[in-house]
Design a protein around this ligand. Structure first.
Ligand SMILES: Cc1cc2nc3c(=O)[nH]c(=O)nc-3n(C[C@H](O)[C@H](O)[C@H](O)COP(=O)(O)O)c2cc1C
Length: 326
């Protein structure tokens, strides 16, 4: 069985399940596994490291799947300038049909993507930003509730309100994101007015995730309480796995007058990356959301996506049956 929605039709995918942009994880192995399982796989442009390396990663992914996949282009305010125009050119020239933007509105990129026929999914964390993105012409909104790993914004609205509030206001298809990990979530998202779900944390605990087995296991062992919100005082809140490093970041930033420079060495991306490779669960910042409370195993992407779709179907059947007998 499968669900057909505006999203599956627009993107040509079998299931309304999308892989979020995942720093470190967004490489050909995981993206192609999600695509082969019928979801939308997603490479992460900045993880490739350069526009040329992204072109090679796209080509590598193509050798691993003939199904659609996209590229996440996270638009960050960084100290070292990122050659975004070159990344955009590579995405367009490679013929990838979908891009997920995040961080800020893709205002300066949208015209070129649209002219090339690339569908733009924009991920944001408020109805206001969703409406602004719709106005500039994005094709799909991915709306991230407060439960999510990564950047939930500063308004702290959980998915149960944020998703239908967005569906009420936005006319284009929406993807529910943040806290989704199983079929109950997919059924709920569709009931709330979304056209599909986005998976982040859940995919970090799959066989094809390119991280050390110790790291995959923390997503199974930890639960919904095991996250820290770091960088709150800097108005750049990020939800990450609770460990000694993220605890220390929270403590240091709680001191009056504390600045990013006080935690920069703890939060360094290279340190987090090293932890994912060596399996040192206390080695750096590790991204993860509240959906850790719903993760109990490390399946293949195919097992996971098949199970999510089957479970969503049986949940909906159950609800229908209970309605008849009431
Ligand atoms: C390991 C990891 C890395 C992430 N990296 C990015 C990123 O580079 N860009 C981005 O837009 N979102 C990133 N996110 C956020 C996800 O794309 C997604 O929005 C979020 O994980 C959804 O919430 P969930 O984790 O509850 O599924 C990351 C999330 C995780 C778990």
């Amino acid at each position: 069985m499968h669900f057909e929605t505006r999203l599956t039709r627009m993107l040509g995918i079998r299931h309304p399940i999308v892989m979020g942009g995942l720093t470190f994880y967004g490489r050909a192995e995981l993206a192609s596994a999600v695509a082969n399982a019928g979801g939308l796989g997603m490479l992460t442009a900045l993880t490739a490291g350069s526009p040329d390396a992204l072109a090679r990663e796209i080509a590598r992914c193509r050798t691993m799947t003939d199904q659609p996949f996209g590229v996440n282009l996270t638009l960050l305010p960084t100290i070292t300038p990122v050659p975004y125009a070159d990344y955009r050119r590579v995405i367009i020239e490679s013929g990838v049909g979908v891009v997920e933007t995040a961080g800020r509105a893709p205002t300066e990129h949208i015209e070129d993507f649209k002219a090339a026929g690339v569908k733009v999914i924009h991920k944001c964390a408020s109805v206001r930003h969703a409406l602004a993105a719709e106005r500039i012409g994005v094709d799909v909104i991915s709306i991230d509730g407060f439960e999510c790993a990564g950047h939930p914004g500063e308004e702290d609205i959980g998915g149960l309100v944020l998703i239908p509030a967005t569906a009420d206001k936005v006319r284009i298809p929406i993807i529910a994101s943040g806290g989704f990990a199983d079929g109950r979530g997919l059924a709920a998202a569709l009931a709330l007015g979304a056209d599909g779900i986005n998976l982040g944390t859940r995919l970090c605990a799959t066989k094809e995730a390119p991280s050390h087995p110790n790291i995959k296991q923390i997503y199974v062992d930890k639960d919904e309480r095991s996250t820290n919100l770091i960088f709150r005082s800097l108005k750049n809140t990020a939800r990450v796995v609770k460990n000694s490093v993220s605890d220390e970041i929270v403590d240091r930033l709680a001191k009056p007058g504390a600045e990013f420079s006080d935690v920069a060495e703890l939060a360094a991306g290279v340190r987090g990356r090293e932890a994912l490779v060596t399996g040192d669960t206390e080695g750096g910042v590790i991204w993860g959301g509240q959906s850790m409370g719903l993760i109990h195993d490390i399946p293949t992407c195919d097992e996971l996506i098949t199970r999510i779709v089957r479970e969503a179907g049986s949940r909906i059947d159950l609800l229908q049956d209970s309605r008849k007998s009431a």
